[in-house]
Design a protein around this ligand. Structure first.
Ligand code: IPD
Ligand code: CA
Ligand code: CA
Length: 269
C-alpha cells in the first residue's frame, strides 16, 4: 500500500529515532550492573532521539511548530505543529524491557491529522491519518468488538513515584478489575493506545498524561473505529491529562466506572 507523502516524512523521522534508541537499548544490559546505573545514559538516549526527530522533520517540512516532551515548545507561528514523545516508556527502557515507542503526531489548525507510533525493538509501526484509517505495518487496524466487560482485557498506567494520584489509581483499578478479564499496567501510554486500535486491548484509561503521550494514539484509536475521551464530559484531555478509550460500548462502560464519586480525601493525578 502506498503511503502518503506526509506519512513518509513521519515514518522516516521515527525510523531514524528508532535506530538511535535501538543502539542505546543494546547498551542498557551492561549499564544495569554498573555502579551508576543507566539513568543518565537513558536521559541522553531520550534527548538524542528527540533531536533526530526534530532535525529530520525540520529538513522535510521546514517551519512547522513543535511541542516536545524534552525540548518544550517551538512556536514558529505555523498552522502545523508536531507533537513529539521521543521515548514513551522510559522506565521500561531503563530496565531493559522492550515495551517502549517513539510517538509523533501532527496537528493542523489545532486538529490532529496524522499519528505514528513505532516500537523499534518489535519493529511494529502503527500509523493513522485523519479520514484514512489506521494501520500496523500496513495492515488495517480495527478496535476489538467485545461488549461484555468480563471478557475484556484493559490497560492502564500507574502514577510514578514522584506523582500524585496513587490512591485514585488503585480505587479505579479495583473497580475495573472486579468486572474484567484483566488489567495491565504496561508503562507506555502511546503503545497502550496503539494496542487498543489494534484490538489487543479492549480498553485503556489513565490519569496524569501529557499531550505527547496521547496525541498520536488518540487519532489512531478513532481511525480504527474506537472512541477516546476525557471521562468528564465537561473537560478536555489535554487540559486534565485524563483519558479513556475503547470501542463504543467499552468506552461508555469504562466512563461510567471512572465517573463514580471518589472516596473522601482522594486527590487526582
Ligand atoms: C510515561 C509513560 C507511562 C505513563 C506516564 C508517562 P514517559 O511516559 O507513558 O506509561 O504512565 O504517565 O509519563 O515518561 O515514559 O515518556
Ligand atoms: Ca510519555
Ligand atoms: Ca518520554
Amino acid at each position: 500500500m502506498a503511503r502518503s507523502a506526509l506519512l513518509n516524512v513521519m515514518v522516516n523521522a521515527v525510523s531514524k529515532a528508532g535506530r538511535s534508541l535501538t543502539r542505546d537499548f543494546g547498551e542498557i544490559e551492561n549499564l544495569q550492573i554498573s555502579l551508576k546505573g543507566p539513568g543518565d545514559f537513558v536521559s541522553q538516549a531520550d534527548l538524542k532521539a528527540e533531536k533526530t526527530l526534530r532535525d529530520s522533520l525540520n529538513k522535510d517540512r521546514p517551519g512547522y511548530s513543535f511541542l516536545m516532551e524534552e525540548g518544550g515548545i517551538i512556536d514558529t507561528g505555523s498552522d502545523h505543529r508536531w507533537i513529539i514523545d521521543p521515548l514513551d516508556g522510559t522506565t521500561n527502557f531503563l530496565h531493559g524491557n522492550p515495551f517502549f515507542a517513539v510517538s509523533l503526531a501532527l496537528e493542523s489548525a489545532g486538529q490532529l491529522v496524522a499519528g505514528v507510533i513505532y516500537n523499534p525493538i518489535t519493529e511494529e509501526l502503527f500509523t493513522a491519518e485523519k479520514g484514512r484509517g489506521a494501520f500496523v505495518n500496513d495492515r488495517r487496524m480495527r478496535v476489538a468488538n467485545r461488549s461484555a466487560m468480563d471478557e475484556c482485557l484493559i490497560s492502564t498506567g500507574v502514577p510514578a513515584l514522584n506523582k500524585r494520584g496513587h490512591g485514585v489509581a488503585l480505587f479505579q483499578q479495583r473497580n475495573i478489575m472486579v468486572q474484567t478479564a484483566g488489567v495491565r499496567a504496561t508503562g507506555a501510554a502511546a503503545l497502550n493506545l496503539a494496542y487498543v486500535a489494534a484490538g489487543r486491548f479492549d480498553g485503556y484509561w489513565e490519569d496524569g498524561l501529557s499531550p505527547w503521550d496521547v496525541a498520536a494514539g488518540m487519532l489512531m484509536v478513532r481511525e480504527a473505529g474506537g472512541f477516546v475521551s476525557e471521562p468528564d464530559p465537561d473537560a478536555s484531555i489535554y487540559e486534565t491529562g485524563r483519558i479513556v478509550a475503547g470501542n463504543e460500548v467499552i468506552h461508555g462502560k469504562l466512563r461510567g466506572i471512572l465517573n463514580k464519586p471518589l472516596p473522601d480525601g482522594f486527590k487526582r493525578a
